[in-house]
Design a protein around this ligand. Sequence first.
Ligand SMILES: Nc1ncnc2c1ncn2[C@@H]1O[C@H](COP(=O)(O)OP(=O)(O)O)[C@@H](O)[C@H]1O
Ligand SMILES: [Mg+2]
Length: 386
Amino acid sequence: MERSSSSSLKRPIVGVILGNKRFSTNGIHRYPRLKRLVEANKEANTTLIFFTCDDVDLSRRKVSGIYFNESSNIWERDRFPLPDVIYVRGGRGKEIRDLLEQFERLGVKKINPIHAFNKGELYEQLNHDDKVRPFLPQTKNVENMEEIKRTVQKLGTVYVKARRGRKGTKVMRIEKRPGDSYVYSYSVLGRLVRKKVNSMGNLEKAVKGFFGDREVIVQKAIDLVTISSNRLVDFRAELQRDKQGNIDIVGICVRIGRKNAPITTHSEAFRYDDYLKKLFPGYSNQKINVLKNKIKAFLIDVYTGVEKKYGKFGEIGIDFAVDKKGKLWLIECNAQSAKVSIVKAYGTKARKAFLNPLEYAKKIANTSTNRSQSANRSRLLSRSSL
Ligand SMILES: Nc1ncnc2c1ncn2[C@@H]1O[C@H](COP(=O)(O)OP(=O)(O)O)[C@@H](O)[C@H]1O
Ligand SMILES: [Mg+2]
């Protein structure tokens, strides 16, 4: 039976985009946290489907989607009408950009207005926001190798990051040492590379080799708190809009990197409530509470600051740091949080992080603008099928 012909489909249809290339139904097991979304959907009660760019047939207004069949307890594939709301969890390049543009034209709603932040652009935008600017580490959008070299000389220890990087894969730390020597380090999928070079020329080779011709930013290193044997500590907060559309700080995690690693990504994560006291043993309970309140206010300022520039978000994963002096810094914002840390730190209590986007999808699917947009959508579609 084709699902698209069934009038019994629950609305909204929430379409989760997982990537560019089509894969078999069995391939869904590569995405371990999707099951959490399916679980949450028992409460949200939407029609929840998963697909890739290749699965969308815009001319026929159909999507070949994978869904979890609760009665047979297996993943199945079927054809569905175009979704009412899109939730982007993967995909890259022109293919996803074009598809999202088409969905936009057709009035399909989105959980987030953009599918990925450009780190350089985000910095430029937030640097104009008086509330957020004090939390931004010194950052330069560099255009060429000469600028990278100058910025390293000027700022000392820095992070060079691809403007469109994710998961710590395109992040290099450079420490300036006495004379003309430098220690650079990066960590790709758990493999740590840490080397010393004795000239700017050799550093240049390493940077070029790692980043190729990608556009990068250079950011002053935050003096991150460390624990046992040089393990760096930073934070990831998951902020989402709930069913009423209010901003909800769903969870804040402390992330602890591997020994000597320049990034904390994909290592250990704990709830910040339990952990702050360990990080700042000299703080009284009152001082810890003041810090927690500062963190919450900062997160809301960042969320609303981002929305002022980009539009309304259903969720943002915010990477931030508390430095050794207790000062807060924004590291970056993520438009597609993989929710790795919150699941590690909160276990089953992370349920809300999967429920909120579905409830928010229901809210935005029902707004009046959506009705006029769907009218627009039918018009466009009838035109395109002429
Ligand atoms: N300016 C900085 N100072 C200290 N650590 C940083 C800085 N920038 C990045 N890092 C470390 O590198 C990690 C990855 O950087 P991030 O900007 O979040 O890129 P990605 O998109 O790859 O996650 C951060 O979580 C943090 O541990
Ligand atoms: Mg990050």
